[in-house]
Ligand binder design. Structure first.
Ligand SMILES: C[S@@+](CC[C@H](N)C(=O)[O-])C[C@H]1O[C@@H](n2cnc3c(N)ncnc32)[C@H](O)[C@@H]1O
Length: 238
């Protein structure tokens, strides 16, 4: 990779960073750390810094990590920073992702990962203590109720689904989206959804889950930039 704005993440000789972006895989431009924006069909674009996907777990990931007290499945794990951090804590964790680049990145940081579709067959159905849907992954497949139904069937009755909510979308948005990099390069459109705090109770209920708690992590205290991450813990209805 040339010495551009991504050089902070470039590891000289890292074959993954040098691998060309596959614009046919809608997430590859993000997994290569190059996505700067998410375009939404018929809605405003949202800013995005996909370099976080490639980084190690950060302070703002702590709520998610602390919520995982037993075997955890990270759906759409990307480069696997959460799987690696849980494993380091002694919590059994497995990532699931369809992307070849994500699998390579997970393996190079020692995170256990399976190359599967989250809607396909997965090990330990009904026995996982926690399912993680981080960094907007409630959007996978474009139907959050279907994805939460799938997640509920993966956990036991005492388990939980830990999700990251959208801060750019107050309610529920569903539609085609695409990741855009510098210079306008972009991946193909894919079905996506965004769920904000105002919609999570209803979306969860439609999937047989109840909202147990909401949590907010302030990324910046500056009055000009109030960036934050919002999380929710969902549990199966009694
Ligand atoms: C928004 S990124 C999230 C990255 C990751 N959660 C992280 O924190 O770094 C979405 C990830 O989900 C994966 N993905 C999308 N659809 C998927 C599916 N149906 N099954 C498995 N993984 C999927 C993509 O390949 C991508 O790595």
């Amino acid at each position: 990779m040339s010495g551009d704005e991504f050089s902070g993440f470039a590891v000289p000789g890292d074959p993954d960073l040098e691998a060309p972006v596959d614009l046919d895989d809608p997430f590859d431009i993000g997994l290569a750390g190059r996505a700067r924006r998410l375009d939404r069909h018929g809605a405003s674009a949202t800013r995005l810094d996909s370099r976080r996907w490639r980084a190690d777990a950060a302070r703002s990931d702590r709520w998610l990590l602390d919520g995982c007290g037993g075997p955890t499945l990270d759906l759409g794990c990307g480069p696997g920073r959460l799987v690696a951090a849980l494993t380091e804590r002694g919590v059994p964790a497995l990532g699931v992702d369809t992307s070849a680049r994500a699998i390579r990145q997970c393996r190079s940081r020692g995170a256990l990962v399976l190359r599967r579709d989250v809607f396909g067959e997965l090990p330990g159905e009904g026995r996982w203590h926690h399912v993680l849907l981080a960094d907007g992954n409630l959007g996978i497949g474009g139907d959050p109720v279907a994805l939460l139904n799938r997640s509920r069937r993966l956990i036991g009755s005492g388990g939980s689904v830990l999700v990251e909510l959208s801060t750019g979308e107050p309610g529920l948005w569903r539609g085609p989206a695409r990741l855009v990099g510098p210079g306008g390069s972009c991946g193909r459109w894919f079905p996506w959804a965004m769920v904000g705090a105002g919609a999570i109770t209803e979306v969860a209920a439609a999937a047989g889950l109840v909202l147990h708690q909401l949590a907010l992590h302030q990324l910046s205290l500056s009055r000009l930039s109030r960036r934050r991450r919002v999380f929710a813990e969902l549990r199966p209805q009694a």
